[in-house]
Design a protein around this ligand. Structure first.
Ligand code: COA
Length: 629
């Protein structure tokens, strides 16, 4: 049975002031049935969360006295009445809203975050290198890509996007509604996201940026049909030819600033009417295509890492960092040198819907030939004008400097692990995701001789408007396994047994997380309520153990795709790593980031440690299996 999802079916949500949703006129029955049929995100029992919290702390807190203090704080919280009262408030909120968490999550994880969006919150995606090396290839590829995204948009709009499933359960499809025609807007203290997809007049244009110059490209004919690949190609040629000057002010680089700084610069910029209209056109567009200038050539070994950096920040003020509008939800990047991928602003959606869109578009590009269509004269795409006042110029200069600092600080390594993929753990009856996580644990332990707080994103899309919770991948079992691996006195059979146990524990945590029973979002909810209700902050959130638990040195996520691509994102803490992986059947793509300003972290070294860990784990499993035959 093919179940479908219709864009217009999404009802405006309760309590989502950050989204300026337009009126929804018609709600097709089928989709209401799907969305309304989804369960609401539960609130886990209080006692359960704190038992699991203490268990999660065990491998992280070595000091018995500190652990004892935390136990006392937890007991006081549970028995002293504060916990019960907050839990009841949370339950009331859950009854009154479609999803008790989504607004808080959007605010605390994204819109309140004042760090720049590139590197700190916006993930990039690296697509395989394309076989073009010139402007013609770039135009052809970009034209097909745009046509592919429009075909995907059609699936959303017409209700033919198949509903996705996880562990046999249908998933909330709302995020697909949020990724096109939306944009983040900076605010002085908190940002907002505007979504033009559900207004009365939906956008019909995309923005294209080349040599830092932005254009409005109408992608539909007057009869509502999308432009053909051939037509798009012609329009892109026109854009290219009218943006040959390379000395333009990189206005888009303003969007890469610290959010408070950008918030001020934004108000400054849009004081001018022309600037305001140009900014609105970018914000309203369906998506952005960045036609990037070629980057300096690097060896094949470094190529993927170089592209990951280009996707995350554009390479610096001299290169393509000004060829972006980082607030735009989706920006596809097509370089003249065959580089391609995207960067996306994280607030409206998680990685999996973005990658699903990529899979679709890559497939579209592979099956589409350019057919010459009859020459219908099309209007020249509109070049967006910006008046650069001395104040704006000053803001651009400061953004350029900060961007260059950010570029120098980001350390990226993409590991294309080619020795094996999901096939090996599957042959040994182990969950591939848990297995990769154990390799990360082993790599970290080998480098630092300790384990650290580890975050892995888990989908909450089984629930209405669900986003993510965290799997805390460092457990007593994972710690026992990595210690055993480094202990020459341990037998292989024992190491395998410990690996199996650690993997099973990870699977259990994954099951709990995707079913709404993990601990992190529940703790967030209790903390947010303490703030909202102006009660004093419970001591459980103020002790050292809580700070350690929240300091995720390993910020990880699996974002699986059919395409041979990899998503990448920055570390969550200054002395941590960002690790995103796409386990394919016979190989694994892993993107690792760190900050150069931290002397202790090193993306390439960590990558080598991960590679060694994966190889050693296979050797362990195979050697042990052989001896048992
Ligand atoms: N033996 C053999 N095969 C097994 C197995 C076992 N013991 N356990 C799992 N497998 C198989 C599965 O059947 C599956 O098969 P498939 O490749 O044919 O689909 C495959 O191995 C993968 O399963 P697993 O590795 O266990 O993980 P998963 O695909 O269920 O993913 C999460 C786990 C946590 C990544 C996923 O649940 C999730 O939440 N993803 C969303 C992440 C997210 O939102 N990230 C956001 C980033 S911005």
């Amino acid at each position: 049975m093919l179940r479908v999802f219709v864009r217009a079916a999404l009802r405006p949500r309760l309590m989502e002031p950050c989204r300026l949703l337009g009126p929804v006129t018609q709600i097709p029955e089928r989709s209401i049935v799907h969305q309304d049929g989804l369960p609401k995100l539960p609130i886990p029992p209080l006692k359960q969360t704190f038992e699991r919290y203490l268990a999660a702390l065990e491998p992280l807190i070595c000091d018995d006295e500190e652990m004892e203090h935390t136990r006392e704080h937890v007991e006081e919280f549970l028995k002293g009445g504060v916990g019960e009262r907050l839990q009841k408030s949370l339950e009331r909120r859950a009854r009154k809203t479609d999803n008790w968490l989504s607004e808080w999550w959007m605010q605390s994880a994204f819109l309140d975050c004042r760090m720049p969006v590139p590197v700190y919150t916006s993930p990039g995606v690296v697509l395989p290198r394309m076989h073009f090396q010139d402007r013609q290839g770039q135009m052809r590829f970009a034209a097909k890509l745009i046509a592919g995204v429009l075909e995907f948009k059609e699936l959303i709009d017409t209700g033919t996007l198949p509903i996705e499933y996880l562990s046999g359960k249908p998933l909330c499809m709302d995020q697909y509604n949020q990724i096109l025609s939306s944009c983040r807007i900076p605010g002085p203290k908190r940002d907002t996201v505007v979504n033009h997809a559900m207004g009365t007049t939906t956008p019909t244009h995309i923005t294209v940026v080349h040599n830092f110059q932005f254009f409005v490209l109408d992608v539909y004919n007057s009869d509502g049909t999308p432009l053909t690949v051939d037509q798009l190609h012609m329009q892109l040629e026109k854009i290219w030819n009218s943006s040959l000057q390379t000395n333009k002010e990189p206005i888009g680089i303003l969007t890469s600033q610290h959010r408070n700084t950008w918030g001020k610069a934004y108000n400054n910029l849009i004081k001018d009417k022309t600037n305001k209209e140009s900014v609105r056109s970018i914000q309203k567009s369906i998506f952005t295509v960045c036609l990037d200038a070629p980057m300096p050539r690097v060896s094949d070994e470094l190529y993927q890492s170089r592209v990951a950096a280009q996707m995350l920040h554009g390479g610096g003020a001299r290169w393509n960092s000004g060829n972006r509008w980082f607030d735009k939800t989706i920006q596809f990047i097509v370089g003249e040198d065959g580089t391609c991928g995207l960067v996306y602003e994280h607030a409206p959606a998680e990685g999996p819907p973005i990658v699903y869109l990529i899979d679709y578009v890559v497939n579209y590009i592979q099956r589409t030939e350019m057919v010459r269509s009859p020459m219908v004269p099309l209007p020249m795409p509109l070049k967006l004008r910006f008046n650069i006042t001395p104040e704006v110029k000053r803001d651009i200069e400061s953004a350029k400097q900060n961007m260059n600092i950010m570029v120098h600080d980001l350390d990226v390594k993409v590991l294309m692990f080619s020795h094996y993929g999901k096939n090996v753990p599957k042959q040994h009856k182990l969950s591939p995701d848990a297995y990769v996580q154990m390799a990360l644990q082993l790599a970290y332990f080998r480098m630092y001789n300790v384990c650290c707080s580890t975050y892995e994103s888990a989908s909450l899309r089984m629930f209405l408007y669900g986003r993510t919770d965290a799997i805390r991948a460092t457990t007593v079992d994972s710690f026992n396994f990595v210690q055993a691996m480094e202990d020459p006195a341990k037998q292989n059979t024992e190491k395998v047994a410990l690996l199996q146990k650690a993997v099973q524990k990870h699977k259990d945590l994954t099951y709990e997380a995707i079913h709404g029973q993990a601990i992190d979002r529940h703790l967030l909810g209790l903390r947010m309520l303490s703030i909202e209700e102006l009660t004093s902050m419970p001591t459980i959130f103020m002790d050292c153990a809580y700070a350690v638990a929240q300091h995720f040195n390993l910020n990880t996520s699996q974002v699986g795709a059919k395409t041979d691509c990899v998503m990448c994102f920055g570390p969550m803490v200054p002395d941590g790593y960002g690790v995103c992986y796409n386990p394919m059947e016979e190989h694994i793509n892993i993107a690792i980031t760190a900050f150069n300003s931290c002397e202790e972290t090193h993306a390439a070294k960590f990558s080598r440690a991960v590679e060694d860990a994966l190889l050693d784990m296979r050797a362990l499993l195979e050697d042990t299996a052989k001896t048992q035959q």
